[in-house]
Write a protein that binds this ligand. Structure first.
Ligand SMILES: Nc1ncnc2c1ncn2[C@@H]1O[C@H](COP(=O)(O)OP(=O)(O)OP(=O)(O)O)[C@@H](O)[C@H]1O
Length: 483
């Protein structure tokens, strides 16, 4: 939920709906490295509860202005969950209590609704006489907040990658008719492995604006440093308002400073409305003008000067990676965004939607092979199939080259699709003739995909097989005409 603090100006400003003005004051440089991102405004540090509802509590993960978040065990589904329990003192607050209840209700309204690999899933919302809590997907790691500190900045390329994933996720959210309204580093959870950020998930939908359902609005919800001019002004909100906020988060991650700072809240508000933003390149070595351009466009004062839609913003970010406009730094491996964009171009995946494509990126096995590598040998059993992501292979049978397969084509699917074990033998030798990258699946890894995604694979397989059948018939009829 958004931390709520009062801005004098915001309080005194009129709001069309008559609802109170809510501007969360962010203190950008107080970012701590721990899991807990903000000090509780009210309520104390109670002892760790043993259980919350049906969940066994393992430890505390963090706390915000209005709630505490615990790691719990969902024994029924055998999974760890994050449980966000609203502080009762906050709900009972005579002044702000009703807003806190609204924030809870907003998130509770999204149970089971948002299913995207880069959005934290909300599994359940529970209200009893004594407590209110949300049960969410557990994201092991931290928020992005510590990485805004000038001494802990992430590599540029990773920041752009984070931006791409968040833009895709927020595009998905917007297609559900929702505007997040409180995109800030503390609301983006970073999964970490061995101290490295490996993935991100957008969280905390307490401030969400449901375009289809919300008839009255609480205005000026959000966090000052990342708030768009129109949001601050109580104007109509659009996807471009979240775009501004994401641009501000990326700016902060790149430079260690929010795009606009003032000596006071009033000064910050004044600058957000009027002052030009210092380009990121002036604040971080290695940032090229193309990066400035992408970030500054998201931060344009007028919504119509930002990107027309989320895809355009995501593509502009991806273009920085593919165009090698951000230095590779320590990250030599292929990035998820590159993989995603590569698959998106392949005809095999043309019927997959973004969420399904992300599943493929995450679940498939990506491998590189050198030129000359024998990917498959005739007569050997095989259960996996490969999709050529980059490079070419030659198919040899009886000492004769029968085919050259290129990017986007399938290899080994016949053995994979064969109905019986005896038939699951490779019928040809397959050799890489270029440095090769493939994405492969076995029956086991494919079974881990969602039903919808497996359905897409089946559709694509059928299309490939029908194309092959046509090609074979064509070859046969040519052969018989030639005789
Ligand atoms: N799904 C999750 N998985 C792991 N940790 C989480 C999860 N959700 C929240 N946390 C941790 O709990 C902290 C507080 O969560 P959150 O920001 O949602 O609470 P809040 O009361 O809404 O805070 P605020 O009002 O400051 O935004 C986060 O900063 C994060 O460290």
């Amino acid at each position: 939920m958004p931390s709520v603090a009062r801005s004098r100006r915001a309080e005194s400003a009129s709001t069309p709906s008559g609802a109170g003005a809510r501007v969360a004051a962010e203190a950008p440089h107080e970012a701590g490295a721990g899991a807990s991102s903000s000090a509780p405004a009210r309520g104390g540090q109670g002892p760790l509860p043993e259980r919350i509802g049906e969940y066994r509590i393992l430890r505390k993960l963090g706390e915000g202005a209005t709630s505490e978040v615990f790691l719990g065990l969902d024994e029924f589904h055998a999974r760890e969950v994050a449980i966000k329990r609203v502080r009762q003192a906050a709900v009972r607050d005579p002044v702000d209590g009703r807003y806190y209840s609204r924030f809870f209700a907003a998130e509770a309204g999204l149970v089971g609704r948002l299913q995207h690999p880069h959005v934290v899933q909300i599994y359940d919302a529970v209200t009893t006489a004594d407590e209110q809590y949300l049960v969410m997907e557990y994201v092991p790691g931290n928020t992005l907040r510590p990485y805004c500190r000038p001494d802990q900045l992430l590599p540029l390329e990773l920041i752009v990658e984070i931006g791409f994933k968040c833009a895709m996720a927020l595009g998905y959210v917007f297609r559900q008719g929702l505007i997040h309204r409180d995109i800030k580093p503390a609301n983006i959870l970073a999964m970490e492995r061995a101290g490295q950020v490996t993935d991100v998930k957008v969280s905390d939908f307490g401030s969400v604006l449901n375009l289809g359902a919300d008839t009255t609005q609480v205005h000026r919800v959000g966090s000052l440093s990342y708030m768009s001019p129109e949001q601050l002004d109580g104007g109509p909100l659009s996807a471009q308002s979240d775009m501004y906020a994401l641009g501000a988060v990326l700016y902060h991650l790149m430079t260690g400073h929010p795009p606009v700072e003032g000596e006071s809240q009033a000064a910050t508000i004044q600058r957000i409305m009027n002052a030009p933003v210092v380009p990121p390149s002036a604040r971080r070595h290695g940032v090229v003008p193309a990066v400035d351009e992408v970030i500054l466009r998201a931060l344009a004062k007028r919504p119509q000067d930002r990107y027309t839609d989320w895809d355009a913003f995501a593509n502009a970010l991806a273009g920085l990676v593919t165009g090698r406009l951000v230095p590779r730094g320590n990250l030599q491996q292929v990035l998820d965004s590159e993989r995603f964009n590569l698959l998106r171009k392949l005809p095999f995946f043309r019927h997959f939607d973004d969420v399904e494509l992300w599943e493929v990126v995450h679940q498939g096995r990506w491998q590189r092979y050198r030129t000359g590598h024998k990917l498959m040998a005739r007569g050997q059993p095989g259960r996996d199939f490969h999709i050529i992501a980059q490079g070419r292979v030659e198919v040899w049978r009886d000492g004769r080259k029968v085919e050259t397969l290129t990017q986007g084509m399938l290899v080994g699917e016949m053995a994979y699709l064969a109905p019986s074990k005896e038939e699951r033998l490779r019928t040809a030798d397959v050799v890489a003739v270029d440095p090769l990258t493939t994405l492969s699946f076995t029956p086991e890894t494919l079974a881990q995909l969602s039903v919808a995604c497996r359905g897409r694979f089946n559709e694509a397989f059928i299309e490939v097989l029908v194309e092959r059948l046509h090609a074979a018939q064509e070859a046969l009829s040519q052969h018989s005409r030639g005789r």
